[in-house]
Design a protein around this ligand. Structure first.
Ligand code: GLP
Length: 284
């Protein structure tokens, strides 16, 4: 397939799509993903590398993944030869732990959209393989290499943390960072405690794609719904481009799509402009 290309010349843009419901946001986000993956069709002429999808965990993209699954059922999409790259992985969980991001993505993405589990790449951070800091650095470099060897990520799907994090790039992360070890913020560990029997079981560290890694994807599609994300979304879309809000890198990316429901968009000052812009040129 031809990899999708980011707009060139004056074409760089950040689109903000404000939807009437989480279900509509899931449909819009799935359309934005498929528009960036022209090779994700069975009849696509794959004269190059297969499509490469960047995958986020979390509840935010679940509806989007379900929509991609429906598109597969309708034969409007096909991920049979696609490759998937996770944003991040906890350090130190046993291989096969149900809350490891590998297992989560196998359940919530591979099984839903027909992505082969052997083409799902996740940073190697399980308890069995953990070791020295140098060992983690090597694994992080390996992960960057795998992404490059796959031809780069065509579309990176993103959620956003309530503190504005992307992947596990917590506030203060270097804007040009690559895959590396990060300590989880206290807020993030508290947010993710709901998935573990005991809050103390939430890992303290992770391997995560860096903000510079994420920014190299040819298209970014961020989905956020619910009032809990409204402040983070406002900081990301309308605040300063700053390491204090890692998701603000979307403002700088040449092809970013931010898909929201009304609750997540509630603190945006320029909302009516985004609605007008999304309506396009219209009819004169
Ligand atoms: C985790 C993940 C992020 C995700 C965030 C928000 O911390 N590392 O990639 O975006 O949670 O999750 P949710 O969508 O469940 O709010």
């Amino acid at each position: 397939m031809q990899h999708a290309t980011a707009p060139v010349g004056g074409g760089a843009r950040m689109q903000v799509l404000i939807c009437t419901s989480p279900a509509q946001a899931a449909r819009s986000a799935a359309s934005a993903v498929l528009a960036g993956l022209p090779g994700a069709r069975k009849e696509a002429c794959n004269d190059g590398l297969p499509p490469v999808l960047g995958l986020a965990t979390g509840s935010s993209p679940l509806g989007l993944y379900a929509e991609l699954g429906r598109a597969v059922e309708r034969s409007e999409a096909w991920f049979g030869d696609a490759q998937g790259f996770a944003l991040d992985e906890y350090i130190g969980l046993p291989a096969g732990h149900p809350q490891s991001y590998r297992r989560i993505l196998e359940r919530e993405v591979c099984a839903v959209i027909g992505l082969a589990t052997h083409r799902l790449h996740v940073p190697d951070a399980t308890a069995e393989t953990t070791g020295t800091a140098a060992g983690f650095t090597r694994r992080a470099h390996d992960y960057e290499r795998q992404i490059i060897d796959a031809g780069g990520i065509d579309v990176q799907i993103l959620g956003i943390g309530v503190n504005g994090h992307l992947g596990f790039n917590e506030p203060g992360s270097a804007l040009s960072s690559r895959t590396r070890v990060k300590r989880l913020a206290a807020q993030t560990r508290a947010d993710n405690a709901r998935f573990f029997a005991d809050p103390a079981d939430v890992p303290t560290h992770c391997l995560t794609q860096g903000l510079g890694t994420i920014a190299r994807a040819r298209r970014l599609v961020l989905i956020a719904t619910g009032s809990g994300k409204a402040a983070a979304v406002a900081a990301a879309v309308e605040g300063a481009l700053s390491a204090s809000c890692p998701a603000s890198i979307l403002q700088w990316h040449p092809d970013a799509v931010v898909v929201l429901d009304g609750a997540a968009a509630a603190r945006l000052r320029n909302r009516s402009y985004y609605d007008d812009a999304a309506a396009g040129l219209g009819t004169p």
